[in-house]
Design a protein around this ligand. Structure first.
Ligand code: PLP
Length: 450
């Protein structure tokens, strides 16, 4: 049962002003949409909020519902809207390309796809220079796993518990969270302990976790593996930043066993962590394959795999083909995203706003016992709620209640983690210090009412 609610004595905080007038909405009501959705749309049970929101318009870090109510979007369409909702530069690029040529496939030459591939490759360190475009994170990870297996001549993949890598047959196998598991064959995938500093068995001891990778290879495989995949900042798993130093040790171990190292940057790339452009750089490693999606297109259906010429070569012996991957409209959109992120200095902005937000969240943690952990970097943050700090008992009912209360205070955050007790704060990267202050004040207000 949900905990009893108190009403805080003071008045609620006020959302920062924002110059945008949403269009009058004349479409179906939320109730009508919900009724039809239940009837016609698959997976219709999966929506946020007791009364699902009917979101009809977006502008930068704000969303508007059918009544014109403005919400501060702290989740960016699940960490996808990197530059901001309907960012004008991206909208213009997409509209112009749509008028000119909507689609060809890679069987013909066309400038945007190559121009975008070159721009993306220029953002990669080391020898990561060959780009494959796909349509989603799932497809990117599926292709990465294929590359690893072909390149190594081995099938064994190592993945982390608590990871999310996608919803296809292969990537469900890589995923290490019960919610997403289906009873389908998931052969040759071995899940190792999660180097989670807050909940993991060995705390922040990267050496101990990496030792377990070695043990898994020694006892669970013939001693040779195809590859290792990890998000540096687990997203769906609850904004978990891997123990410092872990990836370096794990990569060494995996490479000794003949495997290639895959970084899943679907959520953590493009400067969101503030300190670096890619999440893996926070652990000072260079992967052999990098997968990305979500923020790459600011909402356009786009994903990519970037790898070395040597690994790419294994696919050159057969045809690797994707009808929509690198579609010209998505390519100009993706190119516009890269330009906006540079032009608007979004990485530095994430570092600035993120450190301010983390400091304020840590202050809030001093005040409210329910906050067990504040973690992350830049605008890739998690706040884990517990009923008992020592036992780390997940505060599930309280999280749900606060989630609804924040929505009533015009704030949309994400939820995640195995127990659904982590607020995921990963807004569009144009999120400001004032927005951060409003979020913290609203959390304080809502928590004071518990
Ligand atoms: N990898 C990570 C880290 C993700 O967070 C997700 C989606 O949430 C995926 C892969 C799958 O991406 P998509 O939903 O675009 O298939």
């Amino acid at each position: 049962a949900a905990p009893a609610e108190k009403v805080p004595a003071r008045s609620p905080p006020v959302m920062p002003p924002f110059e945008h007038r949403p269009r009058p909405y004349a479409g179906w009501s939320g109730d009508e949409i919900l009724a039809k959705r239940k009837q016609f749309l698959g997976s219709s049970v999966f929506y946020y909020y007791q009364k699902p929101l009917n979101i009809v318009e977006g502008k930068m870090q704000y969303l508007y519902d059918e009544n014109g109510k403005r919400y501060l979007d702290c989740f960016g369409g699940i960490v996808t809207v990197s530059c901001g909702h309907c960012h004008p530069d991206i909208v213009n690029a997409v509209v112009e390309q749509t008028k000119l040529l909507q689609h060809t496939t890679t069987i013909y030459l066309n400038q945007p796809i190559v121009e975008f591939a070159e721009a993306l490759a220029s953002k990669m360190p080391g020898n990561l220079k060959v780009v494959y475009f796909v349509n989603s994170g799932t497809e990117a990870n599926e292709l990465a796993m294929l590359m690893a297996r072909l390149y190594s001549g081995n099938l064994n993949m190592i993945a982390l518990r608590n990871a999310y890598h996608g919803g296809s047959a292969g990537t469900i196998g890589l995923t290490g969270l019960q919610t997403w598991k289906y009873p389908i064959p998931q052969g040759e995938i071995h899940h190792v302990m999660n180097p989670d500093p807050y909940r993991g068995t060995f705390g922040s001891d990267a050496v101990a976790y990496a030792k377990e990778v070695e043990e898994q290879i020694n006892y669970g495989t013939s001693g040779r593996v195809a590859g290792f995949i990890a998000e540096t900042f687990q997203g769906v798993g609850g904004a978990v930043e891997l123990a410092p130093g872990y990836l370096k040790l794990a990569y060494d171990t995996v490479r000794k066993a003949g495997g290639v190292c895959i970084a899943d940057e679907v959520q953590s790339g493009f400067g969101r962590t503030g300190s670096h452009y890619w999440g893996f750089q926070t652990q000072d490693v260079i992967p052999d394959i990098v997968t990305m999606a979500k923020g790459i297109g600011n909402g356009l259906p786009l994903g990519a795999v970037v790898t070395t010429p040597e690994i790419a070569n294994v696919l050159a012996q057969k045809i690797q083909f994707n009808t929509f991957g690198g579609n010209p409209v998505c390519s100009v959109g993706g190119l516009a995203v890269l330009k906006v992120l540079d032009k608007e200095k979004r990485q530095a902005h994430c570092a600035d706003v993120g450190s301010h937000l983390v400091n304020r969240l840590k202050e809030l943690q001093q005040k409210h016992e329910i906050i067990g952990d504040v973690r992350g970097r830049g605008l890739m943050l998690g706040v884990e709620l517990v009923t008992d700090r020592k036992e780390k008992t997940p505060a599930k009912a309280e999280t749900n209640l606060l989630f609804e209360k924040l929505k009533d205070l015009n704030i949309l955050v994400g939820k995640g983690g195995l127990h659904g007790n982590v607020f995921r704060i990963k807004p569009p990267m144009c999120f400001t210090r004032d927005d951060a202050d409003y979020l913290v004040d609203a959390m304080d207000y809502a928590m004071s009412g518990l």
